[in-house]
Design a protein around this ligand. Sequence first.
Ligand code: SAM
Length: 670
Amino acid sequence: MTGHTTTPFQQPLKTAALDWRTDDGDIEAPFSTHYDDVYFSRQNGLAETHYVFLEQNDLPRRFADWSDERAFVIGETGFGTGLNMLCAWACFDSHAPSGARLHLVSTEKHPLTRDALARAWRAWPSLAARADALIAQWPEAVAGVHRLTLDHRVTLDLHFGDAADTLSRLDGRVDAWFLDGFAPAKNPDMWQPALFAALAGASRPSATFATFTCAGMVRRGLAAVGFAWRKVPGFGRKREMLRGEWQAGTPADTSGMPPTETPPNPRAATPWFQPPPPRPSERIAVIGAGIAGTSVAEALARRGSAVTLIDRDGIACGASGNPQAALYVKLAVETNLQSRFYLAALLHAHRWLARLDPARRWWADCGLLQLAGSDSDETRQQRFLHHHALPPSVVQACAADAASRAAGIPVSRAALHYPTAGWVDPVALCRHLAATPGIEVVCEELRALRETESGWQLQLGQRSQAFDQVVFATGHASRDWLDGLPLQPIRGQVSTLASDTPLSQVLCGGGYVMPARDGRLVFGATFAPHEATTDMRDADHRTNLDELAALAPSLVPATIDPTQLGGRASVRAASPDKAPYAGPLPNIDAWRQDYAALAKDARTRFTQPGRHYPGLWVSTAHGSRGMVSAPLCAELIASRIHDEPLPLARELVDHLHPGRRVIADLMRGR
Ligand code: SAM
């Protein structure tokens, strides 16, 4: 159902191979030694971008006229230095009305390094402030989608990987295309039928395109998938270029071309994951003010929704109320859907926190050491590195002596070192998010929920309030509202201990311990499935102390009475497959009925899209990894509600779909 595609080896991304040229004056411009071509012309790059991509897509006028609630979406092949995209952002700011939003989607097979990017942008001082926003958030060279929030109304999704491949997995549609990516003669691999098919599949009706090239293979390829094109004068000395629009269902107008086909529905084989149609999103209730709820609330408020954040107990009083939370996930050895999601979520959480709190007042990217617990664990870590092929700036092997130096205290095992992982004060984070303009916090209990003609009527304590849509982010308490979605409570207790240890990294293995804050160490945590209690237990403190001793014996004082320990117990929620639930709430009975034939034959084909409760959403089952998973799930839900491209490849979006268990159970004949 979710297509458990396991890519045994994640291909490492090669960063751009560059030469720096100063052909015209003393300012350098990057030149690709791989493609033997320039990224832009130093003399007239800005004017060329403006003419070729902005004007030929008619963007100044379209931006000025943009009155849709959703963001205007630009797609691009070949991000390079980002000159086109940042020019589009500047053009948007000059022309679009104040409430409009812009969403940029660009692909890049060979990303520049951050240093190279900064060096390239010295050529364009007029765009320096925008370039700074880009450079500050520039992702590591890791395949997948990286979401950058350039400002309060402009989002950039960088899809690192091949353009045809990433665009065919894009969950979202584009209004205007910039077809860049070096000339077909220099880069024939990119301008292939698979790319044109992906462009058509990701186009809104009447999407436009512009490209500097007039090559026959491009004209034919575009026409074959339904783009009407015409030649117009090129920029400067270039005689001509192409512009046009996608015309679904019309026959191609170029002689000898096959008739146009409507792009196949990418979810034809999994229609249950077809997203529900967009609905009004002005007033949204978010139930639950932990990390899942506050991050969704912030993501929605940033997009202009009026959000009511509802929690009976106030902000961060459940599983998100611990004094420190590790910014960490233990990734599977293989690259599978689960490890791909958690890796994307980890990278996203870091970028997101750095934007929310650049001064690191309530979080730290101090680094984290995942200690191998045994020789076989060490072998497992080696296999992990081999399979994932990640840059050392994300994760690297570390021998015990190097790990001890990094940690500031002796550790006896080799480790995986995540240099930018760390810890977060989740209460401070949730409070910060809840204070976002556009969010009203209401400390009431949700008593009842009733569907109305236009949305949902919520009974909150003694009062009743109407909303367009509702997001449930109530951890394991979500069970009351989620139509029988399988959720398991897991009790966890953390312990705290006065300490003056010089520990400077988060350590984890069986348990975890954070660098001391205000003279106290936080360590833990116990893991008791099916228990929903929050009393503090000495036995749990003892378990935590044993785990702490296993991580680093020097952290445990010679004599200690467990009753002197502080701590906190809370209940997390987990799904049976340990992935979060993030997406629309399925009508489970309807799914069981509609797809009952799967129980007899798992290959049965259906056309009925999944039936959902209109306007109900869920972000839960984050287990003990919510600090990492919740922020990206929040972006996913907010993007879907606001009808914009999603921040994950389609198969990962489906991997998180709250209905996936229903289908898996049916297929297993349950
Ligand atoms: N649009 C860029 C700008 O504004 O700076 C310039 C693009 S540069 C001329 C072409 C870019 O396309 C390079 O960064 C190159 O790595 C990228 N590229 C080439 N083949 C690609 C492919 N198959 N998929 C994605 N990107 C590709």
